[in-house]
Design a protein around this ligand. Structure first.
Ligand SMILES: Nc1nc2c(c(=O)[nH]1)N[C@@H](CN(C=O)c1ccc(C(=O)N[C@@H](CCC(=O)O)C(=O)O)cc1)CN2
Length: 293
């Protein structure tokens, strides 16, 4: 068996085309959605991700607001920039690119973002709403990567209802919130959240219908610990040394041989990453539409 590909690049392009129409409709009513980014320091990966977010904005007609700040910025100075974007009427929503340098208090910064402008869906109020509103529609921003993972499966016709989902990794952008989303009544999945303290990870993985690997450990999920016919989403990103060239290359959490066992795999790159970016735009468009309502 060779797994079918969960094509994040093509699916994200489809979502962006839909969003472009919605942005046009908003512009016709005099509303120009704007995404702000706050980037601290000069990490090349973070710079690349932020540049990508602004390219996406240009593609769908969302205005861009950029705040690139020095790595040694103080907590108070960074908080002032967050407050500035909170107050900026041109900024519909914004993100603080993570990770922040170690001397900064990330939780305090995320908490300072106006929940209505929280394009990443990571504000405690928005995460709390996600946990509380099991039955009612959610009308606040949702975390982009978990939302992207679900959308990627749905748009490939994968039925999530009643499935056993095993998530590996308890980070803030994926692991901590994806269970709250997947267990909502509209998806009705059963979710096990595993992490570095989990005993018998292999056993959990082997019984999963769907695996969401977000640990940032290269090749963690192997063909041996995947049930034949499972759906495997590779969210993790880490850097490893290429054994041939000796150069540092990006690696996902899922070993390539998993494609011989699974029914579906998301490539990495080209899977969940582009979906994260598309769902960020969707959060901004939805916030702008809420302003209009
Ligand atoms: N404030 C946030 N910070 C971070 C988030 C986030 O969602 N919000 N997630 C990651 C980084 N990230 C977005 O910011 C992100 C990572 C990767 C991709 C992506 O499209 N990756 C490409 C491959 C890129 C490569 O080759 O290096 C892919 O998967 O095809 C998009 C967004 C941490 N920080």
């Amino acid at each position: 068996m060779t797994a079918q590909i969960l094509d994040g690049k093509a699916t994200a392009a489809e979502i962006k085309a839909e969003l472009k129409e919605r942005v046009s409709a908003l512009r016709e009513k005099g509303i120009v959605p704007g995404l702000g980014t706050i980037l601290v320091g000069d990490d090349p990966g973070s710079q690349w991700y932020v540049a990508g977010k602004h390219r996406d904005c240009a593609e769908v007609g969302i205005a861009s607001i950029r705040r690139d700040l020095p790595a040694d910025i103080s907590q108070a100075e960074l908080e002032a920039v967050v407050e500035e974007l909170n107050a900026d009427p041109d900024c519909t929503g914004f993100i603080v690119q993570l990770p922040l340098p170690g001397h900064l208090d990330t939780d305090a910064i995320l908490e300072l973002v106006d929940p209505a402008k929280d394009a990443d869906g990571l504000h405690p109020t928005n995460l709390g709403r996600l946990v509380l509103n099991v039955n009612r529609p959610i009308t606040s921003p949702l975390p982009c990567t978990p939302r992207g993972v679900i959308e990627l499966m749905l748009r490939h016709g994968i039925d999530i209802r009643g499935k056993d989902v095993v998530v590996v990794g308890r980070g803030v952008t994926v692991g901590r919130s994806i269970g709250a989303l997947l267990t909502r009544r509209e998806y009705n999945a059963t979710v096990t959240l595993t992490h570095t303290g989990t005993h018998d990870l292999d056993e959990h993985l082997r019984r999963a219908d769907i695996i969401v690997a977000a640990a940032g450990v290269a090749g963690l999920v192997t063909a041996d610990n995947v049930k034949p016919g499972a759906v495997v989403l590779d969210v993790g990103v880490s850097r490893v040394e290429d054994p041939v060239t000796g150069k540092s290359v990006v690696a996902g959490d899922v070993a390539p041989e998993v494609a011989e066992v699974a029914a579906w795999v998301s490539p990495n790159p080209g899977g969940v990453g582009p979906m994260t970016r598309a769902l960020l735009l969707q959060n901004v468009v939805e916030s702008a539409e809420r302003e209009l309502a």
